[in-house]
Design a binder for this molecule. Structure first.
Ligand code: IPM
Ligand code: MG
Length: 346
């Protein structure tokens, strides 16, 4: 059974298109159950991640997630904000390994924020750690001795967390171009020093993969200067969050990038890397391709259906080559018409 968690904003629109694609490719072989997450769940029942949804997610073979976030949620106490739904699912289900592939469809070279000859070279995977870092450390507001307000968020990683994500990075690189770039801020942060030390230790088990290290500020620069230099990037939760949004614009649009968040046994949650985009919700302007491509990753990683996943990815390329373009990639195709274009290509 696949749990569908559409969430807020454009989440329901894009998940609906991905569902149609899954139903077309897999027929009756898949069962779906829908659950509430995010601001809409908070409004209906007082919590962004209701127990019933967490239970549904635990029972499911895989989860397809839309997006969470709503401006009305920003004033709520942090524990009740829509974002807690996705952070809670990642933590409760042990989804520690986030794979965010970024490649440029040749048809979209003009949509990239980079010059086409630079953009054309992007084909990388960001492996982002999801269960640690400053996201999950102690945090709060306090008053300094001088009576001033102070906010704090503790950044930390233990060596087992780093080793686990490093192994995912090396395995991912092994299955691709055999080059792994670990990104940190070891010139300033102790968390990053441990990160770098542990990645080097884990590398001993992967002599066939070429390991390099890069500081995150330099990485942000290199990603726009020459994204083609990267094969697989492994990095922590916060740096991975930032660099993956950046990589998406290099590859054309944030509406194009899918992701998989996996636990130790390949159970996974699949979601577009974009957010709920409340400004365009309900207008048929959202690009459903990131979610459709996330559904393809779901079939490949959690259900072992790689032929079906390949079919979906080819259909997306065909739809683009036939000229389907939502506004984010320079056209006027609506969300559902983009879904139709992929279905037609199938
Ligand atoms: C992402 C998002 C989330 C994150 C938010 C919604 C909490 O930006 O998945 O990249 O920061 O991880
Ligand atoms: Mg993000």
């Amino acid at each position: 059974m696949i749990a569908l968690l559409p969430g807020d904003g454009i989440g329901p629109e894009v998940v609906a298109e991905a569902r149609r694609v899954l139903e077309t490719v897999c027929g009756d072989a898949l069962a779906f159950e829908e659950g509430a997450v995010g601001y809409s769940a908070y409004e209906a029942g007082g919590h962004p991640l209701p127990d019933a949804t967490l239970d549904l997610a635990r029972r499911a073979d895989a989860i397809l997630f839309g997006a969470v976030g709503d401006p009305r949620g920003d004033a709520l106490p942090r524990g009740q904000r829509p974002e807690q739904a996705i952070l809670g699912l990642r933590k409760h289900l042990g989804l520690f390994a986030n794979l965010r592939p970024a490649r440029l469809y040749p048809e979209l070279a003009d949509a990239s924020a980079l010059r086409p000859e630079v953009a054309r070279r992007i084909d990388l995977v960001i492996v982002r750690e999801l269960n640690g870092d400053v996201y999950f450390g102690e945090k709060g507001m306090r008053t300094t001795a001088a009576g001033r307000r102070e906010g704090y968020d503790i950044m930390s990683y233990d060596e087992d967390q780093v080793a686990a994500i490093a192994r995912v990075g090396f395995e991912t690189a092994r299955a691709r171009g055999r080059r792994l770039c670990s990104i940190d801020k070891a010139n300033v942060l102790e968390t990053s020093q441990l990160w770098r030390d542990v990645v080097i230790e884990v590398a001993a088990g992967y002599p066939d993969v070429q390991l390099s290290h890069m500081l995150v500020d330099n990485a942000a620069m290199q990603l726009v200067r020459d994204p083609g230099q990267f094969d697989v990037i492994v990095t922590g939760n916060l740096f991975g969050d930032i660099l993956s949004d950046q990589a998406s614009m290099c590859a054309g649009s944030i509406g194009m990038l899918p992701s998989a968040s996996l636990d130790a046994s390949q159970k996974g949650l699949y979601e577009p890397i974009h957010g709920s985009a409340p400004d365009i919700a309900g207008q048929g302007k959202a690009n459903p391709l990131a979610t459709i491509l996330s559904a393809a990753m779901l079939l490949r990683y959690s259900l072992g259906l790689s032929d079906e996943a390949d079919r979906i990815e080819r259909a997306v390329a065909t739809a683009l080559s036939h000229g389907a373009r939502t506004p984010d990639i320079g056209g006027t195709t609506t969300t559902s018409a983009m879904g139709e274009a992929v279905l037609a290509a199938l």
